[in-house]
Design a protein around this ligand. Structure first.
Ligand code: SF4
Length: 256
């Protein structure tokens, strides 16, 4: 995920359902071509995360969010408004956005000026994802699947113990709800070998899309847990994408 912009000023916008106000916005990209497939999008970054993935590239946003200025929501909305019709939507990313009680209000503010909204999530808050979807606030959800859905594999990839049944519940909701979604996995050969990838492929069966990306250890939060191995090459990744990931999500009878 791109590095958040540091530009901004301290403050708080008006629109939020939560008395504490909208979530702090710690980064803002006006135009991105890579954060929402097929869309030109803006991206907002919210701080904090309940995971500590060793390969996280946004770890300052996770462990030291005060290093970033808080952007004023009203100023962000004013900056975005002229782009309605040119930018297709706004991605709300992080960190983990669902940790913030004012998230629904923030999404409503973005929708009120004319944008579709995609949520990026690690899937640990199924109720929040479900509520936002059921209220019709989101156009799309991108959810991470970090490992096979067993506690040991997930703890290694997420850097701490994770209630995997909650991640599975989000996955099940997205699969069964008809909500537009994609599942994303950052893979590393030592953690995601053939057996692990097979388990993950079973977990995403019936989902709309599963995208694999190679873990890049260069900017990792903590390189040590990754061990001395090498990343998947682009050829290996392409083979896994078409041979495994695309196949796992292909409905019977669809051959593309
Ligand atoms: S889920 Fe992991 S990679 Fe994503 S923001 Fe949290 S710590 Fe970083």
């Amino acid at each position: 995920m791109p590095e958040p912009s540091l530009a901004g000023a301290a403050g708080r916008g008006e629109a939020s359902r939560d008395p504490a106000g909208p979530p702090p916005i710690k980064g803002f990209i006006e135009t991105s071509f890579i954060d929402w497939r097929g869309y030109i999008s803006a991206v907002l970054f919210l701080p904090g995360c309940n995971f500590a993935c060793p390969y996280c590239h946004n770890y300052t946003l996770v462990n030291d969010p005060e290093a970033y200025l808080t952007l004023d929501l009203d100023e962000v909305l004013a900056r975005l408004k002229p782009f309605v019709g040119w930018i297709d939507g706004v991605v709300v990313s992080g960190g983990e956005p669902t940790l913030h009680p004012g998230l629904a209000g923030l999404v409503e503010s973005l929708r009120a000026i004319g944008f579709k909204v995609k949520l990026d999530t690690n899937g640990s808050r199924p109720e929040t994802v479900r509520d936002l979807c059921q209220e019709g606030l989101l156009e799309m959800v991108s959810m991470d699947l970090k490992a096979p859905l067993d506690p040991l594999s997930y703890a290694r990839a997420a850097g701490k113990a994770v209630a995997v049944e909650r991640v599975a519940a989000t996955l099940d909701y997205l699969r069964s709800s008809g909500m537009l979604h994609e599942i994303r996995s950052t893979i590393w050969p030592a953690w995601h070998g053939p057996e692990e990838l097979k388990d993950m492929a079973q977990a995403v069966e019936g989902c709309q899309n599963w995208t694999l990306q190679a873990l890049n250890p260069a900017n990792a939060w903590n390189r040590l847990p990754l061990g001395p191995g090498e990343a998947y090459t682009s050829d290996e990744l392409a083979r896994l994408q078409t041979g495994l990931a695309d196949a796992a999500c292909r409905p019977p009878g669809r051959d593309f």
